[in-house]
Ligand binder design. Structure first.
Ligand code: COA
Length: 186
């Protein structure tokens, strides 16, 4: 296993940035897990209470150092302490030998339709392809999840030709001209 680094410097766009999960985020994560829209679209632990959220947050660092996953909080850069959880974007099933990972995302209900997911997914995608050096990022989206399909397409994900298990599979690849790497630069 190759440990996944934290993006350095932290990823920042024009309005939103990404930071690691902190113990203080447990109630915000439990609230997101309770949101019907998130429960409909994403696997949520059972139970999905604050204790479970604290445990999940506690495991983030070891999943990252084991090279399995990288989960980051979407924050608003105009908020000085960046304490509010606007959303999440994460890599999972990371296989740096094959050069692939899955990407997933959500935006907290109170913060939707302001561009948070689009900017956060763009930041993570660009970083995962270069400098991390993956060759393909895969997103699986329900075909009726118009918001999420819009996010993926705005970021440059393209449909694979066939759905898998009824879900639309989209892929992002590095820009033309970047040679294949096996381990990336970071
Ligand atoms: C999908 C989701 C992440 C979008 O988050 P968001 O921060 O509101 O997205 P953005 O503000 O970046 O919007 C992206 C685009 O989707 C459109 N959009 C957002 N919500 C929409 C909705 N409910 N219906 C139709 N279009 C929608 C926006 O208008 C925008 O397009 P535009 O720039 O052309 O106007 C959010 O709705 C969510 O968390 N849903 C539940 C979890 C989920 O589905 N996760 C993804 C699993 S694959």
């Amino acid at each position: 296993m190759i440990a996944l680094p934290l993006p350095e410097p932290p990823l920042a766009g024009t309005r939103y940035g990404l930071r690691p999960w902190a113990p203080e985020d447990a109630s915000a994560l439990a609230a997101a897990w309770a949101d019907p829209e998130i429960r409909l679209r994403l696997p949520v632990p059972d139970p999905a209470d604050e204790t479970a959220a604290a445990k999940w947050i506690d495991g983030c660092a070891s999943r990252r150092t084991a090279g399995l996953a990288l989960d980051l909080v979407v924050v608003d850069l105009s908020e000085p302490d960046r304490a509010v959880v606007h959303g999440e974007v994460g890599l999972s099933a990371v296989d740096r030998n094959r050069g692939t990972a899955r990407i997933g995302w959500w935006t907290a209900a109170d913060h939707r339709r302001r561009g948070a997911a689009t900017e956060a997914v763009a930041l993570m995608t660009r970083w995962a392809l270069d400098p991390l050096g993956l060759d393909a990022l895969v997103a699986e989206v329900d075909p009726d999840n118009i918001a999420s399909l819009t996010v993926a397409r705005k970021v440059g994900f393209e449909n694979l030709s066939r759905p898998v298990d009824g879900r639309t599979v989209l892929v992002a690849r590095p820009p033309e001209g970047r040679g294949r790497r096996t381990t990336g630069r970071v």
